[in-house]
Design a protein around this ligand. Structure first.
Ligand code: GRF
Length: 205
């Protein structure tokens, strides 16, 4: 049974999708720990309700992002996690963290990477940029995390149509639905040992 560690910063709807799919048997894994950098993250409540170990670790308690990440590494290694899931996590991971969990960190991004991704593209900003550009499709991407921002090998993507009268809120709702779906699929495939990574190519076995 694969052990999962989840990092959150906000509402935790992606976390909830994973919790629900573990409970219904779709994902054969177990969330060992949920960590938030934000004390008020509703995702912490979701974890507690599901009986999952959860921690608020305050970056302000550490002298640097590097020191903060060493604490994260320590907590996840203590629980022997096999996969780290960034589920709406808004802080940058340190090189130490990326190295420690190389090819075992996945992130969900609310656009079709490489469009509207990278520094400054998160949350509503993504959907606003998509609409302002006049795109006809958008979507979500699950990818492995490497040293860059949203630059790791892509695991899964799925599109949504951008309608003429689309608003940021309506597009965010559409994309969030797809995020939940493909994040759950990616975690499920990892737990089934069905992801094969060769360079930038991620194959599903
Ligand atoms: C969402 O906007 C999603 O696009 C991104 O993080 C935000 C919060 O997600 N991945 P969640 O509801 O906290 O999972």
């Amino acid at each position: 049974m694969k052990k999962l560690g989840v990092l959150i910063s906000g509402g935790g709807t992606n976390l909830q999708a994973i919790i629900d799919n573990i409970e219904n048997g779709n994902i054969r894994g177990r969330i060992e720990l949920v960590v938030s950098n934000n004390k008020g993250a509703y995702g912490l409540i979701r974890a507690q309700r599901a009986g999952i170990d959860s921690l608020f670790i305050n970056p302000k308690d550490f002298s640097s992002n590097q020191e903060y990440n060493l604490k994260l590494i320590q907590e996840f290694k203590a629980r022997k996690v096999d996969l780290i899931v960034l589920a709406g996590y808004l802080k940058i991971l340190s090189p130490d963290f990326i190295k420690e969990f190389s090819n075992r960190i996945i992130n969900i991004h609310p656009s079709l990477i490489p469009s509207f991704s990278g520094d400054g593209y998160y949350g509503e900003r993504v959907h606003r940029a998509v609409i302002q550009y006049g795109c006809k499709v958008s979507g979500a991407t699950v990818h492995l995390v490497d040293e860059g921002t949203d630059t790791g090998p892509i695991i899964l993507q799925e599109c949504v149509k951008v309608d003429d009268e689309e608003t940021v809120e309506s597009l965010q709702r559409k994309v969030l639905e797809v995020e939940h779906k493909i994040l759950v699929d990616a975690v499920r495939l990892f737990c089934e040992d069905r992801l094969s990574v060769e360079g930038r190519q991620v194959k599903i076995l």
